[in-house]
Design a protein around this ligand. Structure first.
Ligand code: ZN
Ligand code: ZN
Length: 347
């Protein structure tokens, strides 16, 4: 079968023939119906160096996957052949304390496993078939379209996890700031509106991205500039926001987040732009809690899928053939891709 493969660090992915995957005893083979093209794949291709995480190429890309179960291992149970499922992307050991509570992103045995998941060290979903090692990693979709559901596993789950961290602070009258209105940002806005009464303020450099955020329910949208911090302070009655979610992670956005989080508010850093900002006694209001967050838990993915099933959130996508995936990543790198591209290897 044809697969989109990362062959070495610092190289573009290539399409090549690979053998069909073996059926894992406790897992399943999925016919991939949707594999999201994620910005972090560009970091895999262009930014990462040899062995930064203890794993590396060659492997098939695609870590945001959904599809149909075509075979189940002899020790697998709880699901049926023919069922449509989303694939939980971070694959931990399944047994340590973090994995036991579904937090496989922070698996204590990650270094020994030698991969972070399918499409991240192991073969992912940019191919017609994909092996998933354990059925615990599969979440039934019900009537959800698997192509639209694929990005929920990352572009939906990642901002959901960051929002969840601050949910107890997002009381009536509160405010949440979303920095970056791209693939994750457009989900963050819908998630915040679905699960909290907070006023949602969205910041981006692109007017059309802000217009899109407004159509999804954003209460206020601001073009990133010198007065952004003052504007947010004004919009929050001088207090700042209970939660700031930085989906960009540049020097300027982290600095903005530190300035606009209210006393005892949260700043969650999600974006991988690699920026930083100095931390000092006067860099933020008192007792702002800052954390980097990575992806989300298995239970949270079930919650995200429930939100989508209830029609409360929706990923806005364009469908792309596997043969066109390389071109899509090039467009994404040039900042010319609108919305989330989902590769459909069986279309
Ligand atoms: Zn991703
Ligand atoms: Zn583990």
């Amino acid at each position: 079968m044809l697969a989109l493969r990362l062959k070495s660090w610092k190289s573009e992915a290539v399409l090549e023939e690979v053998p069909e995957p073996q059926l894992p005893p406790a897992g399943a083979i999925i016919r991939v119906l949707g594999a999201g093209a994620c910005h972090s794949d560009l970091h895999l291709m262009h930014d990462f160096e040899a062995d930064p995480m203890g794993w590396g190429p060659p492997f098939t890309l695609g870590h945001e996957n959904a599809g149909e179960i075509v075979a189940l291992g002899r020790e697998a149970f709880g699901l049926e052949v023919g069922q449509k499922v989303a694939v939980y992307g971070p694959w931990g050991c399944g047994h340590c304390r973090r994995c036991a509570i579904g937090e496989e992103t922070y698996c204590e045995n990650a270094a020994r496993i030698g991969a972070a998941g399918g499409g991240l060290g192991l073969d992912g979903g940019m191919a017609p078939l994909m092996a998933v090692p354990d059925t615990r990693l599969l979440i039934p979709l019900g009537d959800l379209d698997p192509v639209e559901a694929a990005p929920l596993t990352d572009a939906g789950l990642t901002p959901y996890h960051a929002v969840k961290r601050s949910l107890h602070k997002l009381i009536p009258g509160s405010a949440a700031v979303v920095i970056g209105a791209g693939g994750l940002g457009h989900m963050a806005v819908q998630i915040l509106k679905a699960v909290s009464p907070a006023k949602v303020i969205v910041v981006d450099t692109r007017a059309e991205a802000l217009e899109f955020a407004r159509s999804l329910g954003a209460d206020e949208t601001l073009i990133m500039g010198d007065d952004t911090s003052a504007r947010i302070t004004e919009l929050t009655g001088g207090q700042g926001a209970e939660a700031v979610i930085d989906l960009v992670g540049a020097d300027s956005t982290i600095t903005l987040g530190m300035r606009v989080a209210r006393t005892r508010g949260d700043l969650s850093l999600v974006g991988l732009a690699g920026g930083s900002a100095p931390f000092s006694f006067f860099s933020s209001r008192y007792e702002v809690e800052m954390a980097s967050t990575y992806w989300g838990t298995r239970a949270e993915l079930m919650e995200v899928i429930s939100l989508a099933q209830g029609g409360l959130i929706r990923s806005h996508i364009q469908r792309v053939k596997l043969e066109d995936a390389i071109g899509v990543y090039r467009l994404m790198r040039e900042g010319k891709l609108e919305g989330r591209a989902v590769v459909t290897p069986n279309a």
